[in-house]
Design a protein around this ligand. Sequence first.
Ligand code: TXE
Length: 498
Amino acid sequence: MTTFTHEFTSGPFVGKVDFPTGLYINGKFVDSAKKGRIDVINPTNGKKTMSISEATEEDVDLAVKAARNAFETVWGLHTPGYERGRLLYKLAQLMREHAPELIALEMLDNGKSAMLAGLEIDQAISVVEYYAGWADKVQGSVIETTEANLAYTRREPLGVVCAIIPWNFPLSQVTWKLGPALCTGNAFILKPSEVSPVCPLRLASLIHEAGFPPGVVNVLAGYGITAGRAMTEHMDVDKIAFTGSTLTGRRVMEAAARTNLKKVSLELGGKSPNIIYDDCDLEQAVRWSIMGLYAGQGQLCAALTRIYVQESLYDKFVEAFLAGVKHMKIGGPFDPEAVVGPVVSQTQYDRVMSYIEAGKSQGASLLVGGTRHGNEGFFIQPTLFGGADEDAKIVKEEIFGPVGVVTRFKDEDDVVAKANDTVYGLASAVFSKDIDRAIRTGHRLQAGTVWVNCVHGLHPQVPFGGYKQSGIGRELGEDAIHSYCNVKAMHVNLGIKL
Ligand code: TXE
């Protein structure tokens, strides 16, 4: 079995890491059946950091069998909630102990800054703790019917759940699914993205150390078209919890429809509006908007990429925004002063640059950025377009890079119409000192999340998910718990004779 060994000499963790890079199936790290490998590329310099085992259909089948067996013999209804909670707490504790190492690995693998990687790991740990607390509190209810009938509901686990996750926030994306799945008693199979699988692989060792029974959690890195598709088509998988592109989300749903009608939850990104009214605190609105657009190089599902500014404030806002962008240092994640890093891969770099070209060719004016930074790695300058047609590609399509569009609006009705004119509906933000108007606007937006005078706030207790083509279902909070359970209605005859 191969391992990854690396010595970090600077940054949040100084020391050696050493962990297996195989598949984690039925409590053991193993090589994949076909012995295939995936090369993992460092986005800061475009070079290979490691190679890991590549799962294919046969490995998926083995993992599903192991998960099913664990579900039916030791997990599911066999392990009480408080015990499941204890194991989740143990995992959270191990993640906390290894947090600096996880942060460093995420910086290496994904190109994220120490601050963003730190926020992600911290949030991931909080999510595991939150669902550990839920494990013995998942309840049905007693329902009033007639005196001769006792009716009550139970929330029972679905069975085998596969999580297919993207590359942008691998560790938090895992825990958003692993937490509610395990606390409700499901067996769990994870397929990290082939682009940034490192933190999920390191997590597999911590899951092993936490002592979950073999088969309860399985981790299989692999390509979407093989391992991912095998999960979506498997007849013994009960749910796919997916985060990724809309295109792949459709494929997941189609596969579920063609096979065993497994349940599906989808989180599919967006084209989120950020509304700036002319009575806002300008300095604050500019700072939040820069973060809303460029955090993580714009590779956030909830990136606020369409900025709408009320016409009387437009010039001042744009001037202050561009001045703010000029101060952003671009550099690798281990440069402590850099706030803008690389995008994750050559593919993503090419995709983002093609959108920048589309912006120019469709007549939008480039206000800042628009070009590559440096000559190695996948760095793109923070980019903003103005004066784009509302039907332009850069206004309509998710870019998933550091590229935004700023547009003028007249009044509340005008901006609500513009903001809602999208197939997506994941997130949005409103900046105004008139709180009545800000809240009223928020209620009129077709989006699963509205931030008022802030951006990107996420809490384990608060549901997150999309309207329209941004997805199906909700993650986080109690809502997520319900999506990992079947509801069983029990009717008990208290004495009616036939
Ligand atoms: O996503 P994919 P990609 C968007 C963003 C980005 C674009 C492409 O716009 O530019 O998607 O990114 C697995 N059956 N988002 O190509 O393909 C794949 O291996 C089953 C938004 O990385 O959707 C990976 O694990 N699984 C998003 C996962 O799906 C399949 C975050 C996501 O990959 C599969 C990431 C298949 N047929 C990208 N094909 C967000 N919502 O935050 C691929 N996969």
